[in-house]
Design a binder for this molecule. Structure first.
Ligand SMILES: Cc1cc2nc3c(=O)[nH]c(=O)nc-3n(C[C@H](O)[C@H](O)[C@H](O)COP(=O)(O)OP(=O)(O)OC[C@H]3O[C@@H](n4cnc5c(N)ncnc54)[C@H](O)[C@@H]3O)c2cc1C
Ligand code: SF4
Length: 541
């Protein structure tokens, strides 16, 4: 065995790769984790809205192309922990119905090759691992769960509680959003999370967000059999002459190329970069891209139809941690629209500096500062449907090209309409119905929707399924055509549903991890022993 030979190589440290690395670490197998980025530097700027939202300091410094060949600056992050370093940590299970076929106004959302019940135990594990805070039984669309959330829900601050009460009075069923922050409200003096206003979109300066670095990678590398190489960009995968085995992972590191190999190679670069990596790895056995004789690799790109809507009230909104309230009453439709519309919740509290970067239409008699002080900042998500023409390709130089035509838009417009209606029914003690001044979309977003560069919820580009003609991965997320190649990021989704994707990516990574442990012949006893021994060793090191 040479130094470059491992049992498992995992490429990418985000929700998928990070979670898998954590799960496999106690297996005793030699594991190499390759990450193109570095650690997010810990600095005060982590929490500075100007640096983060206006200067886009932590965004990936590369450009892609859109379908017209114009430069696209993706809002994505290449760091240890991937996009979870910056995520809002709203950790939702998909709805049970999302795993079946669903009829939308814009077409069909296809069924998954496994059912909710197959993933349920892994959702529970993922919620425990990522310390999700929530209350079962409030969300009317919530799927059945075998255990409560590991932590109580993050409480609403007074303005959000008032809104929740208003919504409930008007017949809605508002609920506490499940979030992965290490907040202990009962023991605030001991709480790692300080409940600040720079969480969603920011890296956590005090390491209290349940992201894939803090929760998974930091723990995984305590095991002596696990190696992490940062600043290591995987350029392509090489196969043996049969084309059935990945035999080389070619990495650009410190200005030169190195090749690593493993019995099992797991790609988890995010749905766009993973598809691009397979396409760049074309060879004579895989002329259309690795594992792509179905021609689905890169196709069916989805990223949700998302928008940020600011509801301006006469009453101020001094909320610090705003992402606590959700409304799913319209998720599957309503009496006047029988198709799914989607999910309503919040972004982190917007401030005037952030608003300047994408000034909304100004409400009459308001300045941006006043608007920021008085706004409730909603996040709306609707499902986009898998269209084969929405796709990731690479140009002659290997640069990513992202083509996307939005679909199923009526669902989103209807959802915005429902929110408008719900806000009109709010009734504050001081101003009555007159308190609500209107809904304003952030103009940064063309037509009030998040633009193409907003690839936060990317998924679907290497779909899993039973049929090798219509999917690239089998039900274990192994490539149909390559015996030792797996993909565990958001690529595997056959449909995008309308809740945030990260918990499903994490749960699936744990599921695939169990499959890999069987494949690698890891005994449960050895796994448990290593988990305890290596954990103890790491503490004394
Ligand atoms: C601002 C923001 C807020 C969000 N909020 C939420 C939320 O509240 N809830 C939720 O569920 N989701 C949220 N998301 C989305 C969530 O972060 C993603 O769904 C999730 O991180 C995707 O996981 P992944 O494993 O597919 O990819 P990623 O987390 O993107 O990880 C991919 C990793 O691969 C690395 N990589 C890429 N290419 C290569 C290569 N060639 N070689 C080596 N390494 C490579 C990247 O650097 C990265 O570390 C948010 C995202 C953003 C940006
Ligand atoms: S709210 Fe908590 S977890 Fe989020 S950034 Fe602030 S301290 Fe970190």
């Amino acid at each position: 065995m040479t130094n470059n030979r491992y049992d498992v190589i995992i490429i990418g440290t985000g929700a998928g790769g990070g979670t898998l690395a954590y799960h496999l670490a106690p297996s005793g197998k030699r594991i190499l984790i390759l990450e193109r980025g570095d650690y997010v530097p810990r600095e005060k700027a982590n929490w500075d809205p100007q640096v983060v939202n206006v200067d886009a300091h932590y965004n990936a410094k590369e450009s892609w192309l859109d379908k017209d060949g114009k430069d696209l600056h993706p809002h994505t992050n290449y760091y240890v922990g991937g996009n979870t370093k910056f995520y809002g940590a709203a950790l939702f299970r998909l709805r049970k119905e999302d795993f079946g076929e669903l009829r939308h106004r814009g077409g069909i959302s296809p069924a998954w090759p496994l059912g909710y019940d197959d993933l349920e135990p892994y959702y529970t594990q993922a919620e425990n691992l990522y310390q999700v805070h929530g209350n079962r039984g409030e969300d009317p669309t919530e799927p059945p769960a075998n255990s409560p959330y590991p932590w109580p829900a993050v409480s609403h601050e007074p303005r959000i509680q008032q809104l929740s009460d208003d919504f409930a009075r008007s017949g809605l069923k508002p609920f506490h959003v499940p979030v992965g922050v290490m907040l202990d409200e009962k023991n605030p003096h001991k709480s790692r999370c300080i409940r600040c206003n720079t969480c969603d979109g920011f890296a956590c300066l005090v390491g209290a967000k349940s992201d894939a670095q803090v929760v998974c990678i930091d723990e995984a590398i305590k095991h002596s059999n696990v190696t992490l190489l940062t600043n290591s960009l995987v350029k392509r995968l090489e196969t043996d002459s049969s084309g059935r085995q990945v035999k080389g992972v070619v990495v650009e590191r410190g200005g030169s190329l190195e090749t690593y190999s493993a019995d099992v190679v797991v790609v988890s670069c995010g749905a766009i970069n993973s598809a691009a990596l397979l396409l760049r790895s074309a060879n004579d056995k895989h002329p259309g891209g690795l594992a792509n004789s179905s021609d689905v690799v890169g196709r069916h790109y989805m990223g949700h139809t998302n928008s940020v809507m600011m509801a301006i009230s006469k009453c101020p909104n001094p909320t610090i941690f705003q992402k606590t309230l959700g409304v799913n009453d319209f998720y599957f439709g309503s009496k006047d629209f029988e198709y799914p519309m989607g999910h309503i919740s919040f972004v982190g509290k917007l401030d005037a500096i952030t608003l300047k970067a994408g000034a909304p239409a100004i409400a009459p008699n308001f300045t941006l500062e006043l608007m920021a002080k008085h706004s409730l900042d909603f996040w709306l998500t609707s499902e986009d449907l898998p269209d084969p023409n929405n796709r990731v390709t690479i140009d002659r130089d290997g640069k990513i090209v992202l083509e996307y035509t939005p679909n199923n838009l009526e669902a989103h417009e209807r959802l915005q309409g429902k929110l408008k209606q719900a806000m009109k029914q709010t009734n504050c003690a001081m101003h009555g119905h007159e308190c609500h001044q209107g809904l304003f979309g952030r103009n940064l977003y063309v037509g009030q929707r998040i633009p193409l560069a907003g690839v936060a919820h990317q998924n679907g580009t290497i779909r899993f399924g039973h049929d090798p003609k219509t999917s690239a991965l089998d039900v274990n997320c192994k490539a149909h055509e390559v015996d030792n190649l797996y993909v565990v990021d958001g690529s595997f989704f056959p449909s995008s549903a309308a809740v945030n994707p990260a918990l499903t990516i994490m749960a699936n990574a744990l599921r695939v991890g169990d499959h890999l442990m069987k494949r690698l012949g890891v005994s449960e006893t050895a796994y448990e022993r290593n988990r305890q021994q290596d954990g103890e060793l790491a503490v004394s090191r």
